[in-house]
Design a protein. Structure first.
Length: 318
């Protein structure tokens, strides 16, 4: 499936055609409202998908997390349509080989007014952002485990020539079993142009994601590859180890007494990422080894950044 659509109406037609292969007989029972996000254009439910068995009898499947996008007639707004297309396309691609640390796509379907995307349901899940906000820096053992699992997940995504482009704590789910799953592939993008064993060349990227975790080349609108994800990974690993990224002041230093949840100035944030000396925070969880790793990941020269081609995630994991 192409990941670029020029007209909204064409995009909806593309959705219907690409999902037709999944339109086997089924019913959906909406169990309960699981989550609501007006900003992303969808409402989430838990649901159970019933399929027809070989003998024609209905059989109940496993519960899923159901993202429901509402279509407006005669067509969806262009941005919502592109989000639906991109998420469905990328998830179907990376789910060809199931990965334990990535939210799996179970099915997609479209009717006259809605588009359904059925994903893994993780009872008791939380996201890493809430985890860090409520507990602060993670225990070193937990930070190492999560960092290793995120590294393997990114390696799997990159093996399909896909840049995730949205690595931030709120998109890392922490399951009830204490492991992570990457979620939210709305802005992930297929890097086109592979020739045999030669990977795709750098390409222009739109500005998307959480500014605090964006690589310098993204903020400067320069062509990039999936190596942008390793910068985001470095910022996230630093936050897991000490509670903040290198680009914001620790709580209590950047705000006056009595103020809470102060947001960093975006222009200052961008300046720190693209131009200012990068200062790794001092923290008991950051030793010489961790500091060296973070400096290699937070390398402004994308071609010298840890995780760049040809070694990729294997260099990071080692």
């Amino acid at each position: 499936m192409a990941d670029r659509v020029t007209e909204p109406r064409d995009a909806v037609t593309h959705i219907e055609e690409s999902i037709a292969a999944d339109a086997r007989a089924y019913t959906l029972r909406l169990d309960s409202i699981f989550n609501h996000s007006s900003g992303s254009g969808f409402v989430g439910f838990t649901a159970t998908r019933n399929t027809l068995a070989a003998d024609g009898e209905s059989q109940e499947g496993q519960p899923v997390f159901l993202r429901i996008y509402t279509r407006t007639r005669p067509y969806c707004p262009r941005e919502e349509t592109l989000h639906m297309l991109r998420e469905r396309h990328i998830l179907s691609l990376v789910s060809r080989v199931p990965h334990p640390f990535i939210t799996a796509l179970h099915f997609t379907h479209v009717d006259d007014t809605r588009v359904f995307i059925g994903l893994d349901l993780e009872p008791g899940r939380d996201d890493l952002d809430n985890h860090i906000r409520s507990r602060g820096a993670l225990a070193p053992s937990a930070a190492r485990r999560f960092a290793g699992e995120i590294c393997l997940a990114l390696g799997h995504i990159h093996s399909f020539d896909v840049a995730y482009r949205n690595l931030a704590p709120e998109n890392v789910l922490v399951t009830a079993s204490g492991h992570i799953k990457l979620a939210d592939f709305e802005v992930a993008k297929r890097m086109t142009g592979r020739s045999g064993d030669t990977p795709p060349p750098p390409r222009e990227n739109s500005l998307c994601g959480v500014p605090e975790y964006l690589a310098p080349e993204v903020l400067l609108s320069r062509p990039s590859t999936e190596v942008m994800d390793w910068w985001s990974y470095g910022a996230l690993v630093c936050e897991m180890l000490c509670g903040v990224t290198p680009f914001v002041e620790p709580p209590g230093q950047e705000q006056e007494q009595g103020e809470t949840d102060a947001q960093p100035n975006v222009s200052d944030l961008v300046r720190k990422i693209v131009a200012s000396p990068i200062v790794i925070p001092t923290h008991e969880h950051i030793g010489d080894g961790e500091r060296a790793l973070l400096r290699q990941l937070l390398q402004r020269d994308a071609n010298a950044r840890l995780g760049c081609r040809p070694h990729g995630h294997r260099a990071v994991f080692s």
